[in-house]
Design a protein around this ligand. Structure first.
Ligand code: AMP
Length: 711
């Protein structure tokens, strides 16, 4: 049931998103006039302390209302129905050199009066446990409170998925102690923090029945669905599962037993940015709608053609920014925020992709952090590349009952050539222990990872510029130790994100001292095609044929252009071209040129799937049919080159139903080899020649279509 609070929130979202442009303009004007004469600047991505004003703090409360409203629309008024068991950890404040107090953003929120007022009624954790300076004691007490109030809990969560999983693992290890506390009605001696002890004494009473019930549930052989079993009234699990947190989705799904995983918002220390209007959608499909009143947003275009995953994205220092309302669907951007206080303009370092608009406000999917995750030579591997490779490799362990719970990477350059090291923490689906995985399977995982990495990596491997990839399996609890180390060194447990690549010697020591197995890739990954056979593409001329190789990397509909000296032509009438994609019609995967299995193939250029007739093509992402025109050797003749340029320039400005529209221009694989121009048009049912040939008498419609072709 929607309450007035929720209705107001939803109405406000509609107003804000409808008037996105005006509100951003007003906000910018306000910021500029308020801060006239003060300095602000881009930080260049370096971590900095940000000034926070009282007005900024107020926005946090508004943001809370706005992101809660769509969730409440689906799950009813959570605040009335019961309590939230959210794991929250404040971090001690620090003093800046000039004597100001600085706190992590979550700590500031936990201190705000609106939050404090909600806490006793709406949350199971008392404020003393949240502010306990000892993370383990804080976690223990928050679990204790959550278990005691289990019948009231309607939501289980934390800000990021990693903290919630940490809590579940902690419960696995400390369940007996927690149950005996509940049974005896007194808190364990391990809790020495006075705040936690006094808060506990107010609520804890001997309850042997509850303790036995919890013990029974926790003693079941499998912990599948444990969240649902322990907190039977919970209707969803709330934590951010997108971005780097994607790696935890499978494990959380396992524990949550079918409860929806809700990523409610996208925010950073610099600003609150977006909310999830579809809380029930799967983590992989979540988009965040940016709200124009929260901060002034700008976007730096980032190349997204996935050939660039071979050479990560180029520096965008000189690129012009795009405003919130002018971003384009399908494009990738790095987020640049000017806080509403106006004293800070900041490159957040996140790459986002526009998935659509709600009214006039864009919606974004989180793609990755902008930084290179790992690199040992000139190749650059992004977080997303690494995630994809790990996902491919860990699939080998699924049928064997193993789960990859955590991973990180390290560029080992201690002896040349350097190589990628992946630290993996494994667990068995059933039970708490982990048998050894067959070394052959682990070696296969290394190989599968290499196979899934990008083109440059594979070439470097082939040329022995990079040595074989290594997986080091670590003992269970290793990543908890890493988290503890980082938290002890100032990271906020609430905002903790596992590093994608280890840089510090101490962190490396923690991981290396817990290694229980080392495995290496047995051979170089495939990067050139093996010429097994020649096949014909249905619908193409006899002489248009190409070589077939064994199946390799898949990349759903994204662009990947690279040169490869293969015989034959890619599609009808276009001569030899050196790049492309193909979709296997049978297994429906997209494979790179040269990586085909001998199934039936459609041929692809960019993300356009060429249908086996004319030069019609299907966009593999939008499934939209288009036509492609090739202008071969476009620069050989100056006049023709000018005509081509004129056509492109003029048509791009035309938006009329009687003029054929340009949909896209396919970019060349390499600037140096830019000879042919491929223009993508809307697809017409027929062509002028056919109309003239087949119809001696032309109807009005024919004339209209004819004129359209001429234009
Ligand atoms: P912090 O640096 O602790 O302020 O955390 C902010 C960072 O967390 C953002 O820049 C993102 O990289 C990440 N983050 C925050 N919200 C989300 C989200 N909903 N999905 C993915 N990543 C997120």
């Amino acid at each position: 049931m929607e309450t007035k609070w929720c209705e107001d929130g939803l109405r406000m979202i509609e107003e804000l998103t409808t008037n996105a442009e005006r509100i951003q303009d007003e906000l910018l004007r306000e910021i500029l006039s308020r801060n006239a004469g003060t300095d602000s600047g881009t930080s260049g991505g370096k971590p900095n302390l940000m000034p926070v004003t009282a007005e900024f703090a107020q926005k946090r409360e508004l943001f809370h209302t706005l992101y809660e409203s769509p969730v409440m629309k689906h799950f009813g008024d959570i605040n009335q129905a019961g309590k939230r068991m959210e794991f929250m950890f404040a971090r001690p404040e620090i003093e800046t050199p000039s004597g100001l107090t600085a706190a992590s953003v979550t700590t500031s929120i936990y201190k705000e009066s609106w939050f404090r007022a909600m806490l006793p009624k709406c949350y199971t954790s008392p404020v003393e446990t949240i502010f306990c300076p000892e993370p383990e004691q804080s976690l223990y007490c928050q679990l204790l409170f959550g278990l005691i109030q289990r019948d009231e809990v309607v939501l289980v969560g934390s800000v990021f998925a990693s903290a919630l999983l940490r809590a579940i693992k902690f419960l696995e290890n400390h369940r007996q102690e927690l149950c005996s506390d509940i049974k005896a009605g007194q808190v364990s001696h391990r809790i020495t923090d006075s705040g936690c002890r006094s808060a506990s004494s107010l609520i804890i009473k001997p309850n042997p029945q509850l303790a036995d019930l919890i013990e029974n549930i926790c003693n079941s052989k499998s912990w599948e669905g444990i969240i649902r079993k322990l907190w039977p009234k919970a209707n969803h699990v709330r934590c951010i599962c997108t971005g780097v947190m994607r790696q935890y989705t499978a494990e959380l799904e396992f524990y949550s037993g079918g409860l929806p995983l809700v990523s409610a918002f996208y925010a950073c220390s610099e600003a609150q940015c977006g909310i999830n209007l579809e809380p029930l959608c799967k983590p992989a499909d979540v988009s965040y709608t940016f709200l124009p009143n929260l901060a002034y947003f700008e976007f730096l275009p980032v190349k997204n053609d996935h050939d660039e995953s071979t050479e990560m994205r180029s520096n965008n220092e000189d690129t012009e920014t795009v405003d919130l309302v002018n971003v384009k669907p399908g494009h990738h951007y790095e987020l640049l925020v000017t806080t509403s206080a106006g004293l800070y303009r900041y490159k957040v370092g996140d790459v986002l992709m526009v998935t659509g608009f709600h009214n006039n406000a864009p919606q974004f999917q989180f793609v990755e952090r902008q930084n290179v995750a790992i690199s040992v030579d000139q190749e650059k591997t992004s977080e997303a590349d690494l995630f994809k490779a790990v996902t491919e490799a860990k699939a080998l362990l699924d049928p064997l009952g193993f789960v990859l719970t955590e991973y990180t990477s390290y560029a080992d350059t201690s002896s040349p050539p350097g190589h990628y090291v992946l630290f993996w923490e494994l667990k068995q689906k059933e039970g708490n222990h982990c048998k050894e995985v067959d070394p052959k399977i682990m070696a296969e995982c290394c190989y599968r990872m290499e196979e899934s990495l990008h083109y440059t990596y594979k070439i470097y491997r082939k040329k022995n510029i990079i040595a074989p990839l290594e997986i080091r399996v670590v003992k269970q609890g290793t990543f908890d130790a890493l988290m503890d180390y980082n938290v002890a060194n100032g990271a906020s447990l609430s905002q903790y994100k596992r590093p994608s690549c280890i840089k510090s010697k101490e962190a490396l020591k923690i991981l290396d001292s817990r290694v229980i197995g080392k495995f290496f890739s047995p051979k170089s990954p495939l990067w050139t095609c093996k010429l097994d056979s020649i096949i014909m593409i249905p619908g193409l001329n006899a002489e248009k044929r190409f070589s077939v190789a064994t199946c390799g990397e898949a990349g759903k509909g994204s662009y990947l252009y690279y040169s490869m000296a293969l015989a034959g032509s890619w599609f009808n009438g276009c001569g030899t071209t050196s790049y492309g994609w193909a979709e296997c019609r049978k297994c429906k995967t997209f494979v790179k040129r040269g990586d085909f299995t001998v199934h039936q193939l459609n041929v692809i250029v960019g993300n356009l799937l060429l249908l086996p007739f004319h030069s019609a093509a299907l966009n593999s992402e939008t499934r939209e049919e288009v036509a492609i025109k090739k202008i071969g050797n476009a620069f050989d003749n100056r006049i023709d080159a000018k005509r081509t340029l004129r056509e492109i320039k003029l048509r791009r400005h035309m938006d009329h139903e009687n003029v054929v529209a340009i949909k896209d221009i396919i970019r060349p694989p390499l600037k140096e080899n830019f000879n042919d121009v491929y223009i993508v048009y809307e697809l017409m049912d027929t062509d002028l020649r056919q109309i003239i040939r087949s119809n001696p008498s032309l109807t009005d419609d024919h004339c209209r279509v004819g004129i359209k072709y001429l234009l």
